[in-house]
Ligand binder design. Structure first.
Ligand code: TRP
Ligand code: SF4
Length: 385
């Protein structure tokens, strides 16, 4: 079985856990996260809602943290478009981890990969990169404890990619990814560089690194873990999440149906339109709904709320009102739309404040919030906060 990180195939999560030896999140891990989150007043919904469902060596990362060893967190996103809610989810996980572990957190603008995968050269994606980085900051990444960079402008990443390519053969690539273009193989090598960057000498050497991603990224982690083991780095850890279904109920997001997913740049009207059209678990008539109740387990509005809008208590109350027939889908959608619009308005305001810093970061190509230069950039471009 090959998992292709560049095609949005539907995934059988259970099968993956079995075939690739990924571990499920244990009760111990969940308890540790939830308790730590409580004591630090951090939202741990990605764990309490069981959205992060599996991992590699997350327990080892937690142990290193408990021993007070040096740790870091890292993820990356291609600047191939505005953030949709799937990306929002990854970034919120990243931010949750930054707060939980109080660790330096890396965000990679995967502009080389956007070229490899989407054919857009780096100058074509720089504006999107600015918007993406502003979203990351507005969602709550603390720039004072962050390293943000573009693959195309980070020489350590490129050096690592070249260096470690020497012992990787075509057969390995084919076994991991199937038969792909060299640019995609190159972006896999670049991703090794990304994941090992926090362990470079320039970043104070070996440390435990946690990589929150979707399970489709696991082939990159297997490759990097292998390289790490053979070259004196600490094996990186990762967490994997479920992705919410599209608003039309299909497993994967379709580029042909842009209304099937919300994005962080949607207008209020976009949100209204998309949610109005979403697949629900409602009955054919209001009468039938009153008698039999709705089916939240089949409903994309409920799914959206589960991932992105409500906490456990609010969800439970919605589920009960839906099942008892008390709530109509029309009213229910109205409530979710209004909550989302409130969130989006706040987000847009915050994003405006962060855009100048985001632009400066993307222009520079690499930003270290802990360096003197990084601190000066924060002071200069974030005066209003
Ligand atoms: N390959 C990832 C994607 O397609 C992006 C990415 C690049 C990444 N470098 C990374 C993810 C390092 C995690 C860690 O979304
Ligand atoms: Fe979905 Fe809400 Fe309708 Fe229930 S009432 S089926 S949760 S839209």
């Amino acid at each position: 079985m090959i998992m292709d990180p560049w095609s949005s195939q539907t995934v059988d999560y259970k099968k993956i856990i079995k075939e690739f030896g990924v571990s499920e999140i244990s009760d111990d891990i969940r308890q540790f996260v939830v308790e730590t989150a409580k004591s630090k007043n951090v939202n741990s919904k990605w764990f309490t809602h069981n959205i992060i469902f599996s991992h590699r060596d997350f327990d080892k990362f937690i142990d290193a943290h408990k021993r007070g060893e040096s740790i870091a967190i890292l993820t990356g996103v291609k600047p191939s478009g505005e953030f949709h809610f799937g990306t929002k989810q990854v970034i919120q996980e990243l931010i949750m981890f930054q707060k939980l572990f109080n660790a330096k957190t890396y965000y990679c603008v995967a502009d080389f990969e956007a070229y490899a995968d989407n054919g857009k050269w780096i100058d074509e994606t720089s504006e999107t990169a600015v918007s993406n980085v502003a979203d990351v900051l507005a969602l709550g990444l603390d720039p004072n404890n962050a390293y943000i960079y573009r693959q195309s402008m980070e020489p350590i990443v490129q050096k690592f990619a070249y260096y470690f390519s020497r012992k990787i053969t075509n057969a390995t690539f084919r076994a991991l990814y199937g038969d792909k273009s060299f640019s995609l193989y190159l972006s896999a090598l670049t991703q090794i560089g990304d994941i090992l960057l926090p362990q470079s000498d320039e970043h104070s050497g070996p440390k435990h690194v946690l990589v929150p991603v979707g399970i489709d990224q696991d082939p990159h982690l297997r490759l990097t873990r292998d390289v790490a083991e053979k070259n004196g780095f600490i094996t990186p850890s990762s967490t994997y999440h479920y992705f919410m279904k599209s608003l039309d109920g299909s497993q994967k997001m379709s580029k042909r149906n842009p209304d099937s997913m919300l994005t962080l740049s949607d207008s209020d009207d976009d949100i209204k339109r998309k949610i109005s059209k979403a697949l629900t678990g409602g009955r054919d008539t209001v009468q039938e709904q009153k008698e039999k109740g709705g089916q939240p387990e089949k409903c994309m509005v409920y799914e959206l709320s589960y991932y992105h809008v409500e906490n456990i208590d609010e969800l439970e109350s919605r589920r009960q009102k839906c099942k008892s027939g008390e709530l109509t889908c029309g009213e229910c959608k109205k409530e979710i739309i209004s909550k989302l619009i409130t969130f989006m308005n706040k987000h847009r305001e915050k994003k405006k404040l962060y855009l100048p810093l985001a632009r400066a970061i993307v222009e520079k190509g690499r930003f270290d919030g802990q360096s003197k230069e990084g601190q000066e950039m924060i002071k200069r471009y974030l005066v209003k906060i």
